[in-house]
Ligand binder design. Structure first.
Ligand code: NAG
Ligand code: NAG
Ligand code: NAG
Ligand code: NAG
Ligand code: NAG
Ligand code: ZN
Length: 447
């Protein structure tokens, strides 16, 4: 087999999304069917949203389409919202490798120290040139998967409760619920800090909203590698990442690797196959071998298993080859994703190449491995939260943190609906997220 260089990496990356590929019946977990409703009721529901700053911010965010790559408008909305609340905002232009004139930003925001009085100015003479060194960063992403689905409200039959209102539309869960809840959380904490009733120091808090989580993590990778990050991270104690976890604290998520395999054969009339060389026949044994790696015991060469993360899984997600039944195929191609319960990217690479090597002893296939990352352990040392392992990828591994910095992953709503047509969550989920984020921040600050 031959290793082809990284030119296809961005294509591979494009399937590195938060999507857990789910069997259809898991959709049963989505909320019960909704009643068609009258105009009066629609107005009632809209009033509930308008009367809450959390819910109206959430609605405004969802109403702006922001499919990965097109995050400029929603970014402008986030910036203006934060500036209106006296945050000092830094935007960070993230390059689009395919379009130099495309614009979109990461957004980093801290409470403006001149507007939010702090009773904690014990720090040696405020240095105007030195940016605040937050202890906690709350972070989520402002892009969504396609297609855009408009914002809508409904309420289950027989319910009169505002908490039961279901908010649907693209991004309502993933990840604009987290964006809105994290902003509201910091505002709540700042207002208690102003009233002096608690010991929150405004300069301990920061917000970070990034682009392109759903495609390739380029936003968070860019932030992680920036002088901005280095200049603000000396006091960092925790990063709270927002992704849908059903209101639980994720104890970790699986790692990922991907393989892209190409076979070049020789076309011929199917009546005279010996005159050609079938690319499909070349690639099939390798795909079969990879497909079994999840079910094979690690001692027999299968993918790693672990107590925390369960079994690694394999998805032969894409394959194509040939042009017609009566033509010996000269080209075949496949893409395979591995969700990893253990191992390092390097060890997994060796394992995958080994399995392909056995199936392709003549080394005819071209193979490109995207190494990704191993399983990501997360912190759960906060009382009163249920924990869960999640099977999707996040931006967590894309942000390098110093030893000892805690990483929490929490968000309202379920991943099982997040990328589907029925993406949605309830008002109750949203409100609870703010309470929970506050608890996480206080815990991280030792309060
Ligand atoms: C922002 O700061 C200004 C000046 O200190 C103050 O008048 C205004 O009320 C603040 N706005 C918010 C939303 O806190
Ligand atoms: C990452 O994906 C975005 C679209 O979400 C694209 O604009 C950008 O060029 C990609 N970056 C890299 C490094 O592939
Ligand atoms: C590149 O981005 C600019 C600015 O957003 C946009 O007007 C243009 O259509 C994009 N070009 C391509 C080829 O996508
Ligand atoms: C990180 O930033 C440095 C300096 O700005 C740059 O040279 C390097 O290519 C970046 N690395 C990545 C992985 O983006
Ligand atoms: C892992 O795979 C083995 C073999 O297929 C199976 O017996 C076991 O139940 C699986 N474990 C989990 C946690 O899915
Ligand atoms: Zn997400």
């Amino acid at each position: 087999m031959r290793l082809i260089s990284a030119l296809t990496t961005s294509l591979l990356l494009s399937s590195l999304s938060t999507a857990a590929h789910l069997p259809k019946d898991e959709k049963l977990l989505s909320p019960l069917p909704q009643q068609p409703i009258t105009q009066d009721e629609t107005d009632d529901l809209a009033k509930v949203i308008s009367s809450s700053s959390l819910l109206s911010l959430h609605r405004a965010l969802v109403e702006v389409e922001s499919i990965s790559g097109n995050e400029l408008s929603v970014g402008e909305l986030v910036v203006s919202t934060l500036e209106a609340h006296n945050f000092s905002v830094t935007t960070q232009s993230v390059p689009d490798v395919n379009n130099a004139s495309a614009k979109r930003w990461n957004i980093y925001a801290v409470p403006d120290a001149t507007k939010y009085s702090s009773s904690h100015d014990s720090s040696p003479a405020k240095n105007k040139d030195k940016p605040a060194q937050p202890k906690v960063i709350l972070s989520s992403h402002i892009d969504t998967v396609p297609p855009y689905i408009p914002y809508s409200l409904s309420r289950p039959k027989h319910s009169k409760s505002a908490s039961d209102i279901l908010i649907s539309g693209r991004g309502t869960v993933d990840d604009k619920a987290c964006v809105a809840a994290q902003i509201q959380t910091v505002l709540n904490l700042l207002s208690t800090s102003n009233s002096g009733s608690s010991s929150i120091n405004p300069t301990d808090l920061a917000l970070l909203f990034v682009v392109s989580e759903e495609t390739n993590g380029s936003g968070m990778k860019f932030f992680s590698n920036s002088t901005l990050y280095t200049s603000i991270s000396s006091n960092l104690k925790a990063v709270i990442f927002g992704e849908p976890t059903e209101g639980k604290l994720a104890s970790g998520h699986k790692g990922i690797s991907m393989a892209h395999i190409i076979a070049h054969g020789k076309a011929a009339h199917s009546g005279y196959p010996w005159l050609g060389h079938s690319a499909n026949s070349m690639i099939l044994p390798a795909l079969l071998a990879l497909d079994k790696l999840g079910d094979m015991a690690p001692k027999d060469g299968g993918l790693p298993r672990s107590k925390e993360f369960g079994n690694s899984t394999v998805n032969v997600g894409y394959m194509t080859g040939g042009v017609a039944a009566n033509v010996v195929p000269k080209f075949a191609e496949a893409r395979v994703a591995f969700r990893l319960a253990g191992g390092t990217p390097e060890s997994i690479r060796e394992l995958i190449l080994g399995a392909i090597g056995k199936a392709d002893p003549k080394g005819e296939l071209e193979v490109d491995i995207f190494q990704g990352y191993g399983p990501v352990p997360l912190d759960t040392d906060v009382e009163g939260f249920e924990s869960m392992v999640v099977n999707y990828g996040t931006d967590v591994p894309n942000l390098e943190v110093a030893e000892g910095v805690k990483r929490y992953l929490y968000g309202p709503g379920s991943i099982l609906v997040a990328h589907g047509d029925d993406e949605g969550l309830t008002v109750r989920d949203m409100e609870r997220a703010v309470v929970d984020y506050e608890r996480l921040v206080r815990h991280a600050l030792g309060l």
